[in-house]
Design a protein around this ligand. Structure first.
Ligand code: FNR
Length: 207
């Protein structure tokens, strides 16, 4: 059995965050092949490239945490049909400085909960677009938009609806399979130098 470490980012900074509750439930439900650990980001200042020459300790620690995990899971609410600003700020920090993008080739996935019926669907599409640019292979399926109803997750992090619990277990199994496939296809540190291919001047080499 290969075990993978998944660092999760909770997109909400709210004390009573329902997405934090969901993350805690996922920690409880995770199969033994997945070790979930939180990567906090609330203390990051607002990113500016003025920091690139010398990242502050909190940003270095954040990037070091990302470097230690095999995959990243975003457990995030949808704010105004997109991702919360704090999470976008954290992603911007992780993606820099230029050439040291923490997400490059690192598998990722997203899940979220909202009281709304389609809650987090649009947010997740935005997140996929951002992580695509950051060169992270992201799990496409299964998608997980969890409608939060009162009492769905107990204070102890237990899911009270068996159908939702089964769905989340299946989601985590899919996530494990996805991470396995990414690393079976290619080691994360592998690099390719194409032979005899001249690069057009318009080609981006951002990562
Ligand atoms: C929301 N909420 C929300 N819900 C949704 O489904 N789609 C949305 O676009 C938004 N937009 C939005 C913006 C802002 C600024 C707030 C504060 C809230 C409602 C949101 O789903 C609800 O507050 C959840 O409790 C947020 O999850 P956390 O922060 O509790 O994990």
């Amino acid at each position: 059995m290969t075990q993978y470490t998944v660092g999760y980012l909770v997109g909400s900074l709210a004390k009573a965050s329902i997405n934090r509750k969901l993350a805690e439930a996922l920690v409880r439900l995770a199969p033994e092949e997945l070790v979930l650990k939180e990567i906090p980001f609330r203390d990051l200042p607002i990113y500016s490239y003025d920091y690139d020459a010398d990242f502050p300790p909190v940003a270095r620690a954040f990037k070091e945490s990302l470097a230690t995990v095999d995959a990243v899971l975003f457990v995030t609410p949808e704010y105004n049909r997109s991702i919360p600003g704090g999470l976008k700020n954290a992603i911007d920090w992780a993606s820099r400085p230029y050439g040291k993008n923490s997400f490059a080739r690192k598998p990722s996935a997203t899940i979220g909960t909202s009281p709304g019926k389609i809650g987090t669907a649009v947010c997740q599409q935005h997140l996929k677009s951002i992580l695509s640019f950051c060169n992270s292979p992201m799990m496409n399926s299964i998608e997980a938009y969890i409608q939060f109803t009162p009492g769905l997750i107990s204070d102890q992090g237990e899911i009270t609806d068996p159908a939702v619990e089964e769905f989340l277990r299946n989601y985590l199994d899919e996530l494990y399979g996805f991470i396995c496939r990414v690393y079976t296809a290619l080691e994360s540190t592998a690099t390719f130098q194409p032979h005899n291919v001249s690069q057009p001047s318009t080609m981006s080499t951002r990562h």
